[in-house]
Design a protein around this ligand. Structure first.
Ligand code: PMM
Length: 305
């Protein structure tokens, strides 16, 4: 395919990246031996960190390509904000936002996950070239998701959440957050297995920030090995989240989202050292460095005493 043939990639002189090759890839092409870096591409008006930034397909494709060529292993494309209090988006609107972007990025050789709670959007995205379904609903949204995942055989991120965007902040009540999140994820796992989903398709995510307060997020991150011990790949999303902003408070003001990237990279290194399969992040280069550090640290010989 000639340069610029895909909308948004532009002529060679354009400041937007151009397609360097057009080979579609599969999950088998993902690197092994280190934690994967999933770059976030929110094509929404109201996501907390990057809402409204990629309002046109051209801008979204350009940013996706930048992350792809900048070393992202996976690009996570979403068209509906998941932040507390976000307005629901009609699946038709969501699909109009994301499908042209997924088509273009898949042609450029990106491995793509679709961040959606809608079964119809997940199906359309897989048809357009997405590889993974990333569903933050914790199965609170559409009951036919397990049937779709069984039918397609696609890898599926099963994330823990209580309630929906409107109610989740009031549902962060736990006696033992780690045990309860694990228990609730395992119950959801049963629903997927009963629908015919293969265990290997399921990627677990503790859902940091989703019906969790700051302390819960730290506890979950600290106990990540209990999640990896469940025998599934584990994905972790800390990127620029409020618990990092609160940690970095200066003069009683939490750090703004874009000032949270170094702290995010630190959490990515910790997650990688604890066996995470992937980290979902805004800043791809910094987090790629962080997981490489963790890989080298984990692989280093421990001298005998
Ligand atoms: N967090 C957000 C959105 N999608 N998906 C998974 N699997 N895990 C997460 O932690 C997660 C997610 C919210 O962050 P954003 O608004 O920056 O996309």
């Amino acid at each position: 395919m000639s340069l610029g043939a895909i909308p948004g990639t532009g002529p060679a002189t354009s400041p937007l990246p151009v397609i360097k090759k057009s080979t579609a890839r599969t999950m088998a092409d993902l690197p092994v031996g280190r934690t994967l870096v999933m770059g976030i591409l929110n094509i929404t008006e109201d996501s907390f960190s990057d809402g409204g930034k990629y309002a046109t397909a051209d801008e979204a494709i350009g940013h996706g390509l930048r992350m792809h060529y900048g070393g992202a292993d996976i690009i996570d494309v979403g068209g509906e904000s998941t932040r507390p209090g976000a307005e629901p988006v009609d699946p038709a609107v969501e699909q109009a936002r994301i499908l042209p972007v997924i088509t273009a990025l898949a042609k450029a050789g990106a491995i793509i996950s679709v961040d959606t709670m809608h079964t119809s959007t997940a199906r359309a995205a897989l048809t357009a070239g997405a590889h993974i379904v990333n569903d933050v609903s914790g199965l609170t949204h559409e009951a036919d998701m397990p049937a779709l995942i069984a039918e397609t055989g696609a890898p599926y991120v099963l994330m823990h959440r209580r309630g929906d965007a409107a109610s989740m902040t009031t549902e962060a009540n736990y006696t033992d957050v780690v045990s309860e999140v694990i228990e609730e994820l395992l119950a959801l796992r049963e629903t997927f297995l009963a629908a015919g989903v293969a265990s290997e398709q399921l990627i677990l995510d503790p859902g940091l920030g989703f019906a969790k307060d700051h302390e819960h997020n730290w506890e979950l991150l600290r106990a990540l090995d209990r999640f990896t011990a469940l025998g599934h790949r584990v994905l972790v999303g800390t990127s620029r989240k409020r618990f990092l902003g609160a940690l970095l408070t200066v003069d009683s003001k939490p750090a703004v989202p874009t000032a949270r990237d170094a702290a995010t990279a630190a959490t990515s290194a910790l997650a990688a050292a604890n066996g995470a399969w992937g980290v979902r992040v805004h800043d791809v280069p910094g987090n790629l460095d962080a997981v490489k550090v963790a890989t080298a640290w984990s692989a280093a010989r421990v001298p005998a005493l």
